[in-house]
Write a protein that binds this ligand. Structure first.
Ligand code: SF4
Length: 427
């Protein structure tokens, strides 16, 4: 697979042609609306009003879910055509019109296409792949709840997403029924949490929690917030990227009632950062939610240092702190997305010291079998000697750092004979 080209770093601007598409809408008069309508809209939706296009429910109702719909917009390759054919009964195909509008209709290496359109490689399974690579099901005391770490839990509130990412770790769950957690299961979750008072942090995920209607989401947040030992709430979402229309004033006003509430947004490529995404993140940041990004390292999509650098720098500009880069999990049918761990470490090497520290995420491998996140970074320690450590910096320059003189300090504190203290303990 060819890597994503430089041209994939740009997004279509209003009124310009890209491939065979004509991007339609002109700038609306109101400033707020002008932010929302800048992305190009493919011909197939030319009869759609701006009001409908900017309505998240319309976007959700009109997701592309079939080969016939997609081939009207994209010149599908044989690999994609076969992939779509075989996706039935596996991870569903579903892409919002908005996210489809970011796809390059003629370039199969377009990073947006690669993420969302099934390919024939998905039916090739490797020996190391698993149905549930993080062993979440084995750490689930109550349906919908994963309790793997002592002080925090993961709550899967829905199996629906706006777009189904082809590399999804939870492909065993998402998209199968497109339903939210039942009331009965949620009551069971609350009962469990009431008796596990060490839990101080609840991460709502799925599927995508922001696809729930405000009322349903608020009911969950308010009841979780009412538990005195729950200190923080978090939401993991890809909606600001795949369905930015969902980030409305009403949603932000509702969420603001449940601070401290952190939001982790799943970004993959700089091409995703459009004017609509900027607006969505701006509303969330203005709502006071600390925003962090989570990015899966994907072969041919974002596994080049210059692409990742562009992504993390663009994220800071929209007030999203790059948080994690994940090594791709060992999920069934995703071997074609996996890079080597060395590639991930090399990307961090090219970021650390070369750009703002805030822009450097932690690169992690989520240990297969449920061992949790293991951080990895380049080795900056050249050698360790008695009383000193030799380090290299981002430019490869070597520095010696003397360790504190521990032995001398201890003797001095205990009032020992000064003669007994080694004159020099440093090597
Ligand atoms: S948004 Fe998240 S949960 Fe949904 S398909 Fe993508 S990776 Fe999976």
């Amino acid at each position: 697979m060819e890597p994503a080209s430089d041209s994939n770093l740009s997004v279509p601007q209003r009124g310009m042609r890209k491939g065979s598409q004509l991007y339609l809408f002109s700038l609306p008069v109101e400033a707020e609306r002008s932010e929302e309508a800048k992305e190009g809209i493919p011909q197939v939706w030319k009869g759609v009003s701006e009001k409908e296009w900017n309505d998240w429910r319309w976007q959700l109702r009109h997701r592309i879910t079939t080969f016939e719909q997609l081939k009207e917009i994209i010149e599908l390759t044989p690999e994609e055509t076969e992939g779509i054919r075989h996706s039935k009964g596996r991870l569903a195909l579903a892409v919002t019109p908005y996210f489809t509008s970011l796809m390059d209709p003629v370039n199969p290496n377009c990073p947006i296409r690669r993420q969302a359109i099934p390919r024939i490689e998905e039916i090739h399974l490797s020996k190391s792949e698993m149905v549930d690579p993080l062993s979440e099901d084995n750490h689930s005391p109550v349906p919908g709840l994963v309790h793997r770490y002592p002080d925090r839990v993961l709550l899967l509130v829905t199996d629906q997403c706006a777009v189904y990412c082809r590399y999804c770790t939870r492909r065993r769950l998402v998209g199968s029924s497109e339903r939210s957690i039942t009331q009965g299961n949620f009551e069971e979750v609350l009962k469990y949490l009431k008796t596990h008072r060490k839990v101080r942090d609840v991460l709502l995920s799925g599927g995508d929690p922001l696809l729930l209607e405000n009322e349903r989401l608020e009911e969950m947040l308010s009841r979780l917030r009412a538990l005195p030992h729950i200190e923080i709430l978090r939401i993991g979402t890809r909606v600001p990227v795949t369905l930015p229309q969902r980030i409305t004033g009403g949603l932000v006003r509702m969420l603001k009632k449940y601070h401290p509430l952190m939001i982790s947004i799943h970004f993959t490529h700089p091409k995703e950062i459009t004017d609509q995404v900027r607006r969505a993140c701006s509303e969330l940041a203005d709502g006071g939610f600390p925003l962090g990004s989570q990015t899966v390292l994907l072969k041919g999509i974002n596994d080049k240092p210059y692409i990742m650098k562009k992504l993390v720098q663009e994220l800071l500009k929209i007030r999203v702190r790059p948080y994690y880069i994940y090594q791709c999990d060992l999920v069934m049918g995703t071997e074609h997305f996996r890079t080597s761990v060395a590639t991930g470490i090399q990307i961090v090497e090219k970021l650390r010291g070369h750009t703002t520290g805030y822009a450097v995420p932690t690169y992690v491998v989520d240990a297969p079998g449920g061992g949790g996140k293991i951080p990895l970074q380049p080795d900056y320690v050249v050698s360790k000697g008695r009383g000193k450590i030799v380090l290299r910096n981002y430019e490869g320059k070597v520095f010696e750092y003397p360790e504190p003189n521990i032995i001398e300090f201890k003797k001095a504190r205990t009032g020992a004979d000064e003669k007994a203290v080694p004159k020099k303990v440093m090597a």
